[in-house]
Design a protein around this ligand. Structure first.
Ligand code: 9MG
Length: 258
């Protein structure tokens, strides 16, 4: 899954693809590099990020979805927590709603349930982006997140979203310390054994910078190591800024494992 952030303030590529033209060029480039899915975001979810209005998010995301849909057969995902953006994105033909709030926002379960085909990625986050990195705490990080994801998958199924449309994500970096993130990766098989595809987003994240003492532009090798580990522990989708390098790393992983 290649990332296209149409935002001024995302942690790694904020501001780079704010114009529709640049965002489309970036999507085209990631598709050429081998992305199966393009994930489009119109509101930053980085720690400390401020929310944007519904209209602003719609204006950033929907025209880009329509342009990609018209020209490519790639799967399109929209990273949003707003039910109105979900509805418009589904009408524009997206394949996946990627919600870092796991459809806990007002009316968002209904927005996804109203479609009978769109998939949903339910991600775990402790707190909210503005404050989530202020002293996150768990009784048992693996068991707490597993319980949350099982509770949200059941809520979706109860709302009419069939289980084959659900993807789960433990939410690396979202209300987690460095140690929490490492424990999640070490125990990732716990999540892949739940019976849903697992999406992992570790690309260039700050816990990699913390361990390697590297700036955001220098975290590719650390990100690749984690992508390979995630796949070997059963993950199905890797969300990344660096598609070409990740595709090579995962093809080699797949050649060995399968
Ligand atoms: C939008 N976004 C940023 N990081 C993410 C992650 O780790 N997973 C998912 N599903 N979305 C993310």
């Amino acid at each position: 899954m290649g990332i296209v952030n149409v935002t001024p303030d995302s942690f790694s590529d904020g501001g780079l693809f704010l114009s529709q033209n640049n965002a489309f060029k970036q999507a085209k480039q990631l598709i050429a590099e081998g992305a199966d899915i393009i994930d489009i975001g119109g509101e930053s979810t980085r720690p400390g990020a401020e929310p944007v209005s519904v209209q602003e998010e719609l204006d950033r995301v929907i025209p880009l979805v329509e342009k990609i849909r018209a020209e490519f057969s790639v799967s399109i995902s929209v990273d949003t927590s707003k039910s109105l953006v979900m509805r418009e994105a589904i009408a524009a033909g997206v394949d996946i709603i990627n919600d870092v709030m796991a459809l806990t926002g007002e009316d968002s379960i209904a927005a996804v349930a109203a479609s009978d085909t769109v998939k949903v990625c339910l991600m775990h986050m402790q707190g909210e982006p503005r404050t989530m990195q202020k002293n996150p705490k768990y009784d048992n990080v693996i068991e707490d997140i597993k319980a949350f994801l099982l509770m949200r998958t059941q809520a979706c199924i109860n709302a009419g979203i069939t289980s084959n449309r659900i993807i789960i994500d433990p939410g690396f970096g979202f209300g987690k310390t460095v140690v929490h993130n490492l424990l999640l990766m070490k125990n990732l098989q716990v999540f892949s054994q739940l019976g849903y595809p697992v999406l992992v987003g570790i690309s260039r994240k700050s816990f990699i910078g913390n361990i390697l003492n590297k700036q955001v532009t220098e975290r590719l090798y650390g990100s690749l190591a984690l992508a390979v580990l995630a796949i070997s522990k059963g993950a199905s989708i890797i969300r990344t800024h660096d598609v070409a390098a990740t595709v090579d790393a995962l093809k080699m992983t797949d050649a060995v494992l399968n």
